[in-house]
Design a protein around this ligand. Sequence first.
Ligand SMILES: Nc1ncnc2c1ncn2[C@@H]1O[C@H](COP(=O)(O)OP(=O)(O)OP(=O)(O)O)[C@@H](O)[C@H]1O
Ligand code: SF4
Ligand SMILES: [Mg+2]
Length: 355
Amino acid sequence: MTPAPTAFLEVRDLRVHFPTDDGLVKSVDGLSFTLEKGRTLGIVGESGSGKSVTSLGIMGLHTVGQYGRRKARISGEIWLDGTELMSAGPEEVRRLRGRDMAMIFQDPLSAMHPYFTVGAQIVEAYRVHHDADKATARKRAVELLDRVGIPEPHRRVDDYPHQFSGGMRQRAMIAMALVNNPELLIADEPTTALDVTVQAQILDLIRDLQKEFGSAVIIITHDLGVVAELADDILVMYAGRCVERGPAEQVFHHPQHPYTWGLLGSMPRIDREQTERLIPVKGSPPSLINVPPGCAFNPRCPYADVPAGDVTRTQRPELLPVPGATAHHSACHLPPAERTRIWNEEIAPKLRGTS
Ligand SMILES: Nc1ncnc2c1ncn2[C@@H]1O[C@H](COP(=O)(O)OP(=O)(O)OP(=O)(O)O)[C@@H](O)[C@H]1O
Ligand code: SF4
Ligand SMILES: [Mg+2]
């Protein structure tokens, strides 16, 4: 194992593969990134690109049979504040999970037990990690429900999850995730199931709470609008790998990968006519059992023939630093100057609606 990193969270070469009857599903295949406390990383990508599997891998949920009967094959290193989680025993992972890291799921109903009150579940989450009596834990639950904007928390604490609206359940799950002041919070599509107004409120809430607690946050979404609002850094995933990552400002304004250009093209923007049709990324994501050789994006990429020879179909592009930019990386065989030219002259004007 390599020496412990200085970053608060460092994921090194994470691989999560599922053996199935049809073959090995390589859901996450060599993902690396770092995250500091007080920062938010947005992980974006189409459905099936491996975003949720990544978060479950970081949380260590592969060890508790979350994936059904077949266990995932998982490798790599996950360093959280100096502790390597992959080689840590199940006891230690359980201790860290929920205390130092917590997760907000897309669907609160699947994360909350229908037969216990919301309060009882928050109390339980607290008492697993604290030597607190029931009254103290309940006080904490009410406090948290109040903090996440549940009206009349003293009364609602005794409600069952089904008595809450979708937005309130999401808030209650955030309360449950925050009850132990986690240093790492992973929010997997925290707002997809909610209407636009509630979405905005939940995102504001996550932002406020992060400011207050100074935690590191990973926000997973297929909606670039969400990360534009919240993320300091962005990691773009395609077919289980990172194709581009960097400061949000760089990735939004100087994207360096044709797939990111496609995602930006399919995103509604305030500066674009509402009537204009969104351009989805053409084609569909590859099977994760038979990922195309070379660059996995090549069957869908309009620029696959630009790099010399057959390189995009035979050689996997490495994630390399973008010249002249700090912390911005991209995995594409197009020469950097050519990427910049295509973006500036062909893509950006189209997205701004000026060509
Ligand atoms: N237990 C499993 N067995 C086999 N394949 C799996 C398993 N869990 C996930 N996968 C596959 O791994 C891939 C990545 O799944 P994942 O849920 O991470 O996608 P995602 O990026 O979160 O997509 P979405 O935006 O739809 O939530 C998918 O192709 C999925 O079918
Ligand atoms: S490596 Fe080739 S196929 Fe892949 S994104 Fe770059 S240009 Fe397109
Ligand atoms: Mg998902």
